[in-house]
Structures are given as structure tokens and as C-alpha cells.
Ligand binder design. Structure first.
Ligand code: SF4
Length: 313
């Protein structure tokens, strides 16, 4: 018999390695399933699409690219992927990391070099927040790149928790019930922006990127502080998640389950045109009865969770 390697040569896994492998497989399956479901639910990717995957070098965009590449292999439709990173010329940006990673992956990619860092530093006085100009510049460059590459979709790595944070930020500071949608036309009207991680929670993404050991590029190279209001909302949501398990899931379900007749937007619902009818009305007004929430059932991504959303005394 030859001395070549076969399964007998491979050391068996220890119980703790087996357990780790099992939970990694479960995590990976869950993320893949959630991305696949979001793509299907919102019609994010269609046959022959060219998806421009925006890669920042952070955990979210690495995870998105990894999962989309897997889905491309098994999807019943054909689509192409091109990864794009914008090198904004921030000090100490490690330029070699992404090309090395993407070469190894064998995915088509483009690194766009534009010194938006100097423009922002030049235009914004010291101490003022730089993020809005920076994002505006970045957005314009990404739209232009999508056009040059012939991309039909622009994929961003925002996840469920980003969407909820944005929802609360808009409500607290913008007076609007508005989140970050899974799919929308871009503000210049020319592109379709998709968020394939819309059903994925941040905790899963953190665990996955640690397990896979993506070569993360730090996100504070520009020297700007993360938006304080966003940090506060994030802390509030994390605190709720710890104290009231299921609340985050219920809130995200609510984003997919809007009742315009039970809000107060007269442009969204014709309150003036309301008429009585002979039969009972589903979800009609229940007068003074308080709504009953105890042990209500919230459906989240096809899994049914029993959620007690009454706060403990
Ligand atoms: S944190 Fe820095 S790189 Fe990010 S949007 Fe703000 S200024 Fe731009």
C-alpha cells in the first residue's frame, strides 16, 4: 500500500473541536439561509445580473462577499460578482490586504483610488463631523464605478441591526418612520441598491468573521469618531437585547408588517375617505380596549419565536 494520505492519516477531532465545527456549520448555514431568503423575498438578484459588491474591509462586507460567492455556485440563476473597494487614501490604509485576499479568492475585482480623505480634510473645519461629505463623495464614486463596470445591482453590507439603528435614528432625530430598505433605487435614480444581509444579525456576522478570520481593515483610519447618536442607539438596542430577549426580532418583524391605517400619515392612508360597512372589519378600531401583547407570536425569517414583549417589573 502506498503511504499517501487517506482519512486514516487525519487525526480525529477532539470533542471540543467537533462541537466548534458543528456550531460553525450551523452559523454558516443560518447566514447563508438568511441571505438567500432576503434575496428571494425582495427580488434582489435576477438572472444575468452583475452585482457590484462594495467591500470596505470590514466584517460585514467580507461576510456578504463570502456568502454571495457561495450562493452564486448553487443558485438556479446565473449572476456575476465584481468586488469593488474604494481606497480613499486615508493615512496608513493597508493597500495590499484586499488585493491579496481577492486574488486568492479568484473573484473579479476593482480597487478604485480616489483621495477623498484630502478633500474632506480640506473642506471641513477641524473638529466638525466629516462623515456626511465623505459618504456623499464615496456614493458618487461608487455610482460612477458601477456604470463603468456595467453592474446592474450595487450590494451594500448593511445588516438587520444597521436597519433597526437607522429606523430609531430617523424617528428620534428626523421625525420619520424610515429605515434602510433591503432594496431601493439609488438617489440619482440610476442604480438599484441591495442589502443582502438584511435578515442577518450582527452577532452572527461578528462570530462568522472571527471564525473565518477575514483580514479586517480597521475602520477608524480617517480619525473621525463614530457618529455619537448612532452609538447611543446601538447601545440602547444592545441593552434591550440583553434585558428583553426577542424584542429586537419583534421590532424587525414590525418593519415588515406595517399597518398604515393604525398610524397617522394622511398621505399613506385615506382617513378622510373612511366609511362604515355592514360587516365587521378585520383590524378595525377596538375603542378603549388595550391591545394585548402578552406571549404574542412574532414570525421572524420563517422561524417562529414566542415573544413576551411585556417588560418585567
Ligand atoms: S468614519 Fe471616516 S471614512 Fe467613514 S464616513 Fe466618516 S469620515 Fe468617511
Amino acid at each position: 500500500m502506498s503511504a499517501s494520505t487517506n482519512s486514516a492519516d487525519v487525526a480525529p477531532l477532539t470533542p471540543s473541536q467537533t462541537k466548534q465545527k458543528y456550531s460553525f456549520n450551523k452559523l454558516q448555514k443560518r447566514l447563508r439561509r438568511n441571505v438567500g431568503k432576503a434575496i428571494a423575498d425582495f427580488g434582489m438578484i435576477e438572472n444575468n445580473d452583475k452585482v457590484m459588491v462594495c467591500l470596505s474591509g470590514g466584517k460585514d462586507s467580507y461576510t456578504m462577499l463570502d456568502i454571495l460567492m457561495f450562493l452564486k455556485k448553487i443558485a438556479p440563476i446565473h449572476f456575476d460578482i465584481v468586488a469593488v473597494n474604494l481606497d480613499q487614501k486615508q493615512p496608513d490604509f493597508p493597500e495590499h490586504i484586499l488585493p491579496e485576499y481577492l486574488d486568492e479568492l479568484g473573484v473579479e475585482y476593482k480597487i478604485v483610488e480616489e483621495d477623498t480623505y484630502s478633500i474632506v480634510k480640506d473642506k471641513i473645519p477641524e473638529g466638525k463631523t466629516t462623515c456626511s461629505l465623505c459618504s456623499r463623495l464615496r456614493r458618487g464614486i461608487l455610482y460612477r464605478t458601477a456604470k463603468e463596470l456595467g453592474a446592474t445591482k450595487i450590494a451594500l453590507g448593511h445588516h438587520r441591526d444597521d436597519m433597526l439603528e437607522t429606523f430609531f435614528l430617523n424617528m428620534f432625530h428626523g421625525g420619520k418612520l424610515k429605515s434602510m430598505p433591503p432594496k431601493l433605487v439609488s438617489d440619482n435614480g440610476e442604480h438599484i441598491v441591495i442589502r443582502p444581509l438584511a435578515y442577518c444579525n450582527e452577532k452572527d456576522i461578528v462570530k462568522y468573521s472571527q471564525a473565518v478570520q477575514f483580514p479586517i481593515i480597521p475602520c477608524n483610519l480617517c480619525g473621525s469618531q463614530e457618529n455619537l447618536q448612532r452609538q447611543n442607539v446601538k447601545a440602547m438596542l444592545q441593552d434591550w437585547d440583553r434585558r428583553f430577549p426577542g424584542r429586537i426580532e419583534s421590532m424587525f418583524t414590525a418593519l415588515q408588517n406595517v399597518a398604515p391605517s393604525h398610524l397617522a400619515d394622511k398621505d399613506l392612508y385615506d382617513f378622510k375617505g373612511i366609511k362604515t360597512q355592514d360587516s365587521p372589519v378585520d383590524d378595525g378600531d377596538i375603542g378603549f380596549d388595550p391591545p394585548s401583547f402578552n406571549n404574542s407570536t412574532a414570525t421572524v425569517n420563517n422561524d417562529v419565536h414566542i415573544v413576551n414583549i411585556m417588560e418585567p417589573k
